[in-house]
Design a protein. Structure first.
Length: 117
């Protein structure tokens, strides 16, 4: 007897942010060649990845400060194989440097407008 295929679940789930992520990446790319652009994007993804791990450990060390932990000691991070991220390179610092004018400029390139909303 032939087996019938039943669909139990989708192979890929829609998370709802793909279109926004694609549009943001497209706005950042502008006229840059895709071969060149991948280096920028992959670098940012890597920085975000190590920043998330760093911030999680930093928060843990803040809680343990009374027991002698130092959240600003690079050796605390090296001991658990987490990259040390200097203050000026941390994701929140870099994100804070992006002004509304930068955002409007990128949006204007993508959709021809200069609005932020």
């Amino acid at each position: 007897m032939a087996r019938t295929k039943t669909k139990t679940h989708e192979a890929s789930a829609s998370l709802g942010f793909e279109a926004k992520l694609w549009a943001a990446a497209d706005a950042l790319r502008n006229n840059m060649d895709a071969a060149e652009y991948k280096h920028v994007v992959l670098g940012l993804i890597f920085l975000k990845y190590i920043s998330d791990a760093f911030e999680a450990k930093h928060a843990e060390l803040e809680v343990q400060r009374a027991e002698g932990a130092d959240p600003e000691d690079p050796d605390e991070y090296r001991a658990v194989n987490i990259f040390w991220v200097p203050k000026e390179a941390r994701w929140l610092n870099l994100k804070g440097q992006c002004s509304p004018a930068h955002y409007r400029h990128a949006r204007g390139r993508r959709d021809g407008s200069d609005r932020t909303g």
